[in-house]
Structures are given as C-alpha cells and as structure tokens.
Design a protein. Structure first.
Length: 119
C-alpha cells in the first residue's frame, strides 16, 4: 500500500520560498504520477500540480503557474514542489498524492504539511 509523507512546510513572508518534499517508504514511486493538492480553511480542495512517472510531463493550476515547480528524483524516491514568490493566498495544508494530469483526481495522500504565508 502506498503511503506518502510530506515535509518542508512552514511560515514564510510574502515573496518568500519553500520547498515541499514527498517521500514514500517501502514502495517505489517510479510507476506513479505524483502531485500536490492543497486545502485551505473554508475553501475547496485545489489541485496544484502533477508530474508524470517519468518526470517528463507536468501540469500546474493557473494560480501557481510560473511560481511553483514540481520535480522528482526517482533514484532518491522523492517528489518535490518548489514554491517561489509565495502569496498569502497560498496558505493551506499541502498534500502529496497520486494524481491525474487534469488535477482533479488525487488518491493515497499523506498527513499534509502546513504552509503559511504572512503578508
């Protein structure tokens, strides 16, 4: 069973950067498309990004395009989300999960990592 663990969240000022990490134990991520979605209080879940198993194809929500970069290291069995030029509206709990390119189907997510962007 795929179990994912997110890390790397925290508190940052507007314009700052954070890198989220997604790890799996005991299972290779190499055959999975892995992505990130976020959940803010009182808001609907939002698909943020998804990267294919090979790492060659990725997709982003319009709200983060040009600021976030998803990448993976299949040797290290990790997936990352580099978040730059963060805005207060990026504040949410971020989850990594298996994903669809359309960013509307996420499964097997972890416990989440809180990202807070102060204005």
């Amino acid at each position: 069973q795929l179990q994912l663990v997110e890390s790397g969240g925290g508190l940052v000022q507007t314009g700052g950067s954070l890198r989220l990490s997604c790890a799996a134990s005991g299972v290779s991520l190499q055959t999975y498309s892995i992505g990130w979605f976020r959940q803010a209080p009182g808001k609907e879940r939002e698909g943020v990004s998804c990267i294919s198993a090979s790492g060659r194809i990725s997709n982003y929500a319009d709200s983060v395009k040009g600021r976030f970069t998803i990448y993976r290291d299949n040797v290290q069995n990790m997936v990352y989300l580099q978040m730059d030029n963060l805005k207060p509206e990026d504040t949410a709990v971020y989850y990594c999960a298996t994903c669809s390119y359309s960013l509307d189907d996420f499964r097997s997510w972890g416990q989440g990592s809180q990202v807070t962007v102060s204005s």
